[in-house]
Structure formats: structure tokens, C-alpha cells
Design a protein around this ligand. Structure first.
Ligand code: FMN
Length: 216
């Protein structure tokens, strides 16, 4: 099963971060379970991701719609965008690694999503509303580090916009079969116990992986 890991951590190489530790544990588990398989990894903070701004995706899409010639740099943006889309569509398992910053996805992850959540590519509009085009058993797994705890059904729970947003766009909009989340959470609460946080997160990851890779 082809897996793409999207590392959306700004400090993407630093192994002290909880989500990066989860990422490394995922790689270890993957190698153990599928020694013959390889996976593709991208670091969003170490590559160019086209943005929805003038001169990039915004003017590019506008000109394409109006059939106006693109500048050289818009042409380059179009090619980068196509590469990201093709890579995304050719992997049936997507793993996203990120810290929770201000309750939402990191800004480069939003840029990445702007490249792949595209009408007529990964979803399409119909007279009855939109339908997802990623319906051929695609699955997504989010590995998230967060300072607070979001599973206590308290005031923090509805503030986890990252999860709500990603779940909605992947399953509701693009038609992915499943959205799963594994959290290393509560890293900033008083008396946080880092080794216990990671122990629980790793246990959750092992159990999530069974569903993530299970065949029907
Ligand atoms: C800029 C910034 C914003 C943050 N915002 C939140 C937040 O909204 N909610 C939260 O629970 N923790 C927040 N935190 C704490 C991080 O989520 C926490 O440090 C977590 O461990 C980050 O994951 P990492 O260890 O993988 O980097 C924030 C940290 C930073 C640096």
C-alpha cells in the first residue's frame, strides 16, 4: 500500500518534538510490518508549496479559467501544483505529522491543502452539492502534538479545529474512507509527564495502524 508522509512541522527535523517522535515511531512500525515496502516523505517547511496569492495559484487559476497566457513563473507554479496533486492522488495512505499551533493546522499544511483540495481533481460540484473523487479506499492518519488535552469532552474539545477541519475535508469533501488521529497531548499542562504522554501515544498509534492498513 503506497504511503505518503506529509511532515507539516515547522521544525521538521527536531526529534525533541512529540509529533516528530510519533513520526519516527510510525516509521519504525512501518518497517517492521512491511519490510519490503517503501514510503514517500515530504517536509512542507523544506520545499516550495504554491500559495493562493496573486502571481501564484490565485492568478494562475484565474488566467486558466479565462484562457489567458501564463507567465513563466505561473507556468512553474502550475507544474509544481500538478506534481503535488499527482503525488497526493497516487498514495492511498496519507500520514500527516504536525504540532497544534493556535488550534489549527500549520500554515504550510493549509497551503498544501490549497494545492490538493481542488475541484475536478479531488472533488467535484454537482447540482446536489459536491462529491468526493478520492473514493477508492483512501485513508488518512493525523499524528498530532498538542499542549492541551482534547479528549476530555470539556471546553478544549471543540477548539481542536485542526482535527475537525482535516476530518471534514478528507472524508466529507474528498471522499476518503477513514480519518484517524493519534495524539501526543497535554505536553504543556502542569505536571505533564513526557514519557507517559509518549507511551500512551505509541500505544494508540499501534492500535490505529491495525485499522489504517487492514484490508477488507
Ligand atoms: C505558536 C504555538 C502555538 C500553540 N498553540 C497551541 C494551541 O492552540 N493549543 C494547544 O493545545 N497547544 C498549543 N501549543 C503548544 C504545542 O501544541 C505543544 O508544544 C505541542 O507539544 C506541539 O507539538 P510538538 O511537540 O510536536 O512540537 C502551541 C505552541 C506554539 C509554539
Amino acid at each position: 500500500m503506497k504511503t505518503l508522509v506529509v511532515n507539516a512541522h515547522p521544525d521538521f527535523l527536531n526529534p525533541n518534538h512529540f509529533s516528530i517522535q510519533l513520526y519516527h515511531y510510525f516509521l519504525e512500525q512501518f518497517k517492521n510490518q512491511f519490510p519490503e515496502d517503501t514510503l514517500e516523505e515530504i517536509n512542507l517547511y523544506d520545499m516550495v508549496i504554491p500559495q493562493v496569492t496573486n502571481g501564484q495559484l490565485f492568478s494562475l487559476w484565474d488566467k486558466q479559467a479565462k484562457k489567458i497566457a501564463l507567465t513563466d513563473s505561473e507556468e512553474q507554479t502550475a507544474q509544481l501544483n500538478q506534481k503535488l496533486l499527482e503525488q497526493f492522488k497516487s498514495h492511498h495512505r496519507i500520514v500527516i505529522v504536525e504540532p497544534l499551533h493556535n488550534f489549527n493546522v500549520t500554515s504550510r499544511l493549509k497551503d498544501y491543502i490549497d494545492n490538493v483540495l481542488v475541484a475536478r481533481e479531488t472533488f467535484r460540484y454537482t447540482a446536489d452539492g459536491s462529491v468526493g473523487l478520492m473514493t477508492d479506499d483512501y485513508r488518512v492518519l493525523l499524528l498530532q502534538g498538542s499542549g492541551s488535552i482534547y479528549t476530555n469532552n470539556d471546553r478544549y474539545t471543540p477548539l481542536e479545529f485542526s482535527r475537525a477541519y482535516l476530518d471534514a475535508i478528507f472524508t466529507e469533501m474528498m471522499g476518503f474512507d477513514t480519518f484517524q488521529i493519534v495524539r501526543a497531548q497535554g505536553t504543556q499542562v502542569a505536571d505533564a509527564n513526557p514519557s507517559l504522554i509518549m507511551k500512551t501515544a505509541k500505544q494508540d498509534l499501534r492500535s490505529a495502524l491495525k485499522t489504517f492498513y487492514e484490508t477488507h
